[in-house]
Design a protein around this ligand. Structure first.
Ligand code: GDP
Ligand code: IMO
Ligand code: MG
Length: 428
C-alpha cells in the first residue's frame, strides 16, 4: 500500500491520531505536510498522555520515520522543545527528517499574528497566536525564510533584513509597536543550525524513493477540511491546505500515488475560534458534550464550541478530499443522552438546502434541520466488536454512515489507543 492520507473532516480536533494508531505497525513513514504548532494532538498510550503540536502524532509509533515536509511552517524553538520533552520520556526521535524547503516561523511572525488579531477587534479570527498566518503570508509574498537559509548566513541576513524592513514600518507606524532587530532574529536562528543540520534533507526525494520501494507512507493532516484556506469557512480558517490535496503539494509526491484518504469525523462537532457553525449548541447539551468529551483546546486551552453531528459537512468533506474511509471518533461521549439530533440539511431563508452552501453568508445563517435518534446509556468504552454495541448505538452509526458520503470503517469508543472498533480494513 503506497501513500495514505489522514485528514480532519470538521473543524479540527477529531482525534486524528486514532487512525494513525490503528494503522500502527503497517506504517514506515509518517509525514506532516501542512500547518505548524497551531495543531494540538493528544495521544493516550496506556497510562501515558502525550500532547504534540508540531510533530506528527505518528512519531510515537515505534519504528516509523517521522517527516516534517515542505508544506509545514516550523517554529524551531518549539520543535526542539517538543523533541526534548519526548526524549526525556524515552521516545526515540532520532530518525526525524526535516525538509530544507519548509518555512520558518520567527519572532516577528508571532508578534504580527497577535497584533493583527488585536487590531481586528470583534472581527478577529481567534487564531492560536503561533505566527502561522504571517509565516504563510510571507511564503506566498516570497519574503519567507526557509530552513535551508539557515545554512548560508549571508543569504539569511539578506532575507531577514528584507522581510523586516517592510514589517518594521508596519509594526511601528500602524501598530504602534517597537521595531524588531534583524540582528537578534538572525542570532536566534543561527543558534539552532548545528542541531538542525543532521535532520535536514530533501524529504520529497526520500519520500518518493520510499514509495518506489513499496514502503507505506502516511500523511497526517493538521487542522481540518472546514479550516482549509481554499475549502473551509474563509476567512475563519487557517492559512494552509489541510485537505487531502495538500499532502501532494505539501510533500512533493504526485497526487496519483495517494491510494487511500482516511477522514476523521467526531460523532458530534466542535470548533475553536470564530466563524460559522450551524449546529452549535448554547444550552446544557453543549455543556454536556464539552464536559463528557473534555473539549478544551490542546494548544490554547480554550473551551471548544460544541454542537451536533452535521451530515452535510461530512458529505462535503468526503467530496473535497475523496475520502475512502471515515473513522468516527468519540461515540462514547454520546452515551447517556436520551435523544441524539443529527443535522441532515439546512434551511436558508425558508428554503431547504441539502449541501453546504457555497455562499458564506448563507452558511452563516443556515438553520439546521434535525432528525433525532434514540440514545443509549450502557458504557461502551470496552466494546471492540460493532455487534456488541447497544442496538441504538449501532443504529446511530448506520444512519449517520448513510448520510455521510462514505463508509465508516472504524469507531472510537474512548481516548486510549486501543479503544476502537474496526469494521473494515482501512487499507482494503
Ligand atoms: P487532533 O487534533 O485531531 O489530533 O485531536 P485532539 O488530540 O486535539 O483531540 C482529540 C481528543 O479526543 C484527544 O484528547 C483524544 O485522546 C481524544 N479521543 C480520541 N478518540 C477518542 C474516542 O474515541 N473517545 C474519547 N472519549 N476520546 C477520544
Ligand atoms: P488540530 O490539528 C482546531 C483554528 C484556530 C483559528 C483558526 C486559525 O489540533 O485539529 P491559526 O493559528 O491556524 O492561524 O488559527 O484555525 N485552528 C484549529 N482549530 N484544531 C486545530 O488543529 C487548529 N489549528 C488552527 O482556532 O480559529
Ligand atoms: Mg487538536
Amino acid at each position: 500500500m503506497p501513500a495514505i492520507v489522514i485528514i480532519g473532516a470538521q473543524w479540527g480536533d477529531e482525534g486524528k491520531g486514532k487512525a494513525t494508531d490503528l494503522l500502527g505497525s503497517r506504517i514506515d513513514y509518517v509525514v506532516k505536510f501542512n500547518g505548524g504548532n497551531n495543531a494540538g494532538h493528544t495521544v493516550v498510550i496506556g497510562n501515558q498522555k502525550y500532547a504534540l503540536h508540531l510533530l506528527p502524532s505518528g512519531i510515537l509509533s515505534e519504528g516509523v520515520i517521522p517527516v516534517i515536509a515542505n508544506g509545514v511552517v516550523i517554529d524551531i524553538e518549539v520543535l526542539f522543545h517538543e523533541l526534548d520533552a519526548l526524549i526525556a520520556r524515552g521516545v526515540d526521535v532520532s530518525r526525524l527528517r526535516v525538509s530544507a524547503n519548509a518555512h520558518i516561523i520567527t519572532h516577528y511572525h508571532r508578534t504580527l499574528d497577535k497584533v493583527t488579531e488585536r487590531f481586528l477587534g470583534k472581527k478577529q479570527i481567534g487564531t492560536t497566536g503561533r505566527g502561522i498566518g504571517p509565516s504563510y503570508a510571507d511564503k506566498i509574498n516570497r519574503v519567507g525564510i526557509r530552513i535551508q537559509d539557515l545554512f548560508d548566513e549571508n543569504i539569511l541576513r539578506q532575507k531577514v533584513e528584507a522581510a523586516l524592513d517592510q514589517k518594521n514600518h508596519l509594526l511601528v507606524k500602524v501598530y504602534n509597536r517597537r521595531a524588531i532587530s534583524a540582528d537578534e532574529i538572525i542570532e536566534n536562528l543561527l543558534s539552532y543550525t548545528e542541531r538542525l543540520r543532521p535532520m535536514v534533507t530533501d524529504t520529497a526525494l526520500e519520500l518518493n524513493r520510499a514509495l518506489d520501494e513499496g514502503k507505506t507512507v502516511l500523511f497526517e493532516g493538521g487542522q481540518a477540511t472546514m479550516l482549509d484556506v481554499d475549502h473551509g469557512t474563509y476567512p475563519f480558517v487557517t492559512s494552509s491546505n489541510s485537505t487531502a490535496g495538500g499532502a501532494s503539494t505539501g510533500s512533493g509526491i504526485g497526487p496519483g500515488r495517494i491510494e487511500r484518504v482516511i477522514g476523521i469525523v467526531k460523532a458530534y462537532t466542535t470548533r475553536v475560534g470564530a466563524g460559522p457553525f450551524p449546529t452549535e449548541l448554547f444550552d446544557e447539551s453543549g455543556e454536556f458534550l464539552r464536559a463528557q468529551g473534555f473539549e478544551f483546546g490542546t494548544t490554547t486551552g480554550r473551551p471548544r464550541r460544541c454542537g451536533w453531528y452535521d451530515a452535510p459537512i461530512a458529505r462535503y468533506s468526503a467530496r473535497i478530499n475523496g475520502v475512502t474511509d471515515y473513522v468516527m471518533t468519540k461515540l462514547d461521549v454520546l452515551t447517556g443522552l436520551e435523544k441524539i439530533p443529527v443535522c441532515v440539511a439546512y434551511e436558508v431563508d425558508g428554503v431547504r438546502v441539502d449541501e453546504v452552501p457555497v455562499s458564506q453568508s448563507d452558511f452563516h445563517h443556515a438553520v439546521p434541520i434535525y432528525e433525532e435518534f434514540p440514545g443509549w446509556s450502557e458504557d461502551i468504552t470496552g466494546v471492540r466488536e460493532f455487534g456488541d454495541l447497544p442496538a441504538n448505538a449501532q443504529a446511530y452509526v448506520l444512519a449517520v454512515e448513510a448520510m455521510s458520503g462514505c463508509r465508516i470503517s472504524a469507531i472510537g469508543v474512548g481516548p486510549g489507543r486501543d479503544a476502537i472498533i474496526a469494521r473494515h480494513d482501512l487499507l482494503d
